[in-house]
Structure formats: C-alpha cells, structure tokens
Write a new protein. Structure first.
Ligand code: TXA
Ligand code: MG
Length: 351
C-alpha cells in the first residue's frame, strides 16, 4: 500500500479543507489515517466500525485485548457512546477538554467490543489540536486512535516517526509538524465511585483534585508492587522502548554525572557505543559516548516534549546502551518517569 504524506497547517484559519475532506473520506470508508494531536500522533479509524478498529490492531501489531481511545470533537457527541456521564466527568470536561485528558466511562451499546478490547467501558478524549478536531468531524464524529507507533515502540511526536513505523501499512499520514506535549494523555477512570488515574500525563492528580476533590492513583502504577496489575490493559505491556538497553541513574546531580561518566567509560572500554541522556544544564559535564540533551531540567515540559524523539534518534544511531538522568516524580515529572521506567524495563541505579 502506498502511504500519502500530506503536509497540513495547524493554523485553524488556513486549514486545508480539501486534505481534511480526503482524510475524512478514508475514515468513513473504514480506512486508517495518522494525524497529529497535542500529545502524540494518533492512528485513526472509525470507532463505530468494528472492521476499521480491527485494521488498527493489525497495522500496529497490537494485542487485541488492549482497548482504543475514542476521540470526539464536541461535548454533545459524548452521550451517544457512553451509558452515563458522572457529575465529576462533566466538571473535568469543562475544565480540561479539549485537552490531554482521557476519561473512562461505562460504554453505550453502539460502541463495538472490537474498539474497547472486549471491555464494557470506553475511553474518550477530545484532543486540543485543530487538525485532529477537523478530521474527527470529517470522519463522522468518532475516531478510535492509539498512538501511531508499531506496538512497543516509542510514541511518534513527528510525522517522520509515524512514517518510520507505518509507511506502506496505511493510506495517509497528515503531517502537522511537531506535537506540543510529547507524552500521551492522562487517563482517569470515572466509571467507579472515586475517579482513578490509570496513566499519568500532562494533567496531574493535583490539577484534577482542584476541580473535583478526591482522585486516586491506580495502585497498579506503583512499580514496586508487581503483584498488582494495572487497570489500563496497555500499561502492562513493555512499552515506549528503544532498541538499545536503557538504564536510569538516580541521585544527587553531581553523583549522577560522575556515575554516568564512569559507566560510559566502561562501556566504551568494552567496545560498546554508549548514549547519554542529559539536560541543557548538565550536557557539558559528560566526557564519553554520544551525549544528547533531552531539554531543560528547570522546565520539565521540554523534557516531556523530547523524550520519545531522543529514544528514536538513539535507535537510528544504533547505540548499544543508553544511560539517562532521572527526573522528579511530581507534576509532569511523574508522567516522564512513568514512561522512562517502562522504556528502561524498570532498570534504575542509585548513583
Ligand atoms: O494522548 C493519547 O492518549 C494518544 C493520542 C493519540 O490521543 N493516544 C494513546 O492511545 O495514547 P494508546 O492506545 O497508545 O493508549 C491508550 C491506553 C492504553 O494503555 C489502553 O489500555 C488504555 O488507554 N485504555 C483504553 N481504553 C480503556 C478502558 N476502557 N479501560 C482501561 N484502559 C483503557
Ligand atoms: Mg500507545
């Protein structure tokens, strides 16, 4: 299959309606289109068409029990796909939609089980991106979209990343340039009594607490308790992973830098190519290996934005091992560390 890559402006006023219409037609006819959102690129299909959802699993090589997020563009479209909208969900939607927050509801009948991985709940999000919103409308209102990577690979934050994974597998990629946030949406389950965060993201527990009061973290997210299974099926898979082994180093900054210098020197001594993930503040302190800055420690949003791209760059440079600094576990840092620990298979060394 030939993959058409269409460059498309993110400026709402000059959105190319012909390109959006062509992409919407592919979706309506049951095909797949990759498109930008504010978090990561998505791989979209008509969420109400079971055969279209099946194609997503096939293109990604994704296990069929891992449910998809349904993307909508208008609040009034929510009621058709969920059986009940809890009061807290209304408040969260008013505050954070469109935006990087996915909510889990009890599903309505018309959402096929192929889209929800067999579950009786459905994940819904309204993305904050003009191209995504226009495509959802052109595609019929309900687009199921996981991140547009091959299952297990880092999520795409550029159209080039989508092409690396999906070229030849899907008919169209809408190229809206680099995404703004860089890690996937926060997922909160509002189908039970107390809202529960199943995947940390840009919208933090503290931000939701301010709007609705009590919110909890899924105990399955705590990496120190392997006996508790995460509630979001996708969180149990090895994920976001680069091809090289990734090891995180934790501790006081100076000690971390010393440790990474020791480890990279050792790696080079045994003939390996090592990669180092440092920050704008620390990169000058590293003496061995291929050193990249992931962003500014003083502004962790920049770290989130560059994380997946840096893992893919190291893949292309075919390094054998990557050593990375670790980050705070508050605010957006919690989401960064959640993704980094998964990419590292939870390998973390104390400096
Ligand atoms: O930012 C995002 O959320 C991106 C963009 C494209 O919107 N999408 C995304 O989708 O990250 P995906 O498929 O890569 O991750 C969806 C996660 C998976 O971990 C899945 O298991 C979980 O959401 N999920 C989906 N539906 C669920 C449900 N009904 N109950 C529990 N977890 C669910
Ligand atoms: Mg994903």
């Amino acid at each position: 299959m030939k993959t058409v890559i269409e460059k498309i402006s993110n400026d709402q006023k000059i959105l190319n309606q012909n390109k959006i219409a062509a992409a919407g037609k592919i979706i309506q006819e049951g095909g797949l289109v990759a498109f930008p959102t504010e978090t990561v690129y998505g791989l979209g299909a008509d969420a109400l068409n079971p055969e279209a959802s099946r194609k997503i699993y096939e293109a990604k090589g994704r296990p069929s029990d891992n449910p998809l997020i349904v993307h909508i563009s208008r609040m009034e479209d929510l009621t058709a796909i969920v059986s009940h909208v809890p009061r807290q969900a209304v408040k969260l939607a008013q505050r954070f939609w469109p935006g990087p927050l996915t909510m889990i509801f009890k599903k309505a009948k018309q959402v096929p089980l192929q889209t929800t991985g067999g579950l009786d709940t459905v994940a819904v999000r309204m993305p904050d991106h003009p191209v995504a919103l226009a495509l959802i409308q052109a595609g019929g209102g309900y687009i199921a979209a996981p991140s547009a990577n091959v299952s297990g690979r880092p999520s795409p934050t550029l159209a080039e990343h989508v092409a690396q994974d999906m070229e030849g597998r899907i008919p169209m990629i809408l190229d809206g340039g680099a995404v703004g946030i860089g890690i996937e949406s926060t997922i909160v389950d509002v189908s039970g009594d107390i809202p529960m965060i199943l995947r940390p993201g840009f919208i933090t527990l503290e931000m939701m607490w301010e709007v609705i009061g009590e919110v909890r973290l899924d105990p399955g997210l705590a990496e120190d308790d392997p006996s508790v299974r995460p509630k979001a099926p996708g969180m149990k898979y090895k994920h976001y992973a680069p091809k090289a082994e990734l090891i995180l180093i934790h501790g006081a900054q100076e000690k971390v830098q010393q440790k990474i210098n020791d480890l990279t020197q050792e790696a080079e001594g045994s003939g390996k190519t090592a990669g180092v993930i440092g920050t704008d503040e620390s990169c000058g302190c590293y003496c061995h290996g291929i050193v990249k800055s992931i962003g500014a420690r003083s502004d962790e949003a920049t770290v989130a934005r560059h994380l997946y791209a840096i893992l893919r760059e190291f893949d292309q440079q075919e390094v054998d091992i990557i050593y990375s600094e670790s980050f705070s576990s508050s605010g957006i840092g919690q989401a960064i560390m959640n993704r980094m620990l998964k990419a590292a298979g939870h390998q973390i060394i104390e400096a």
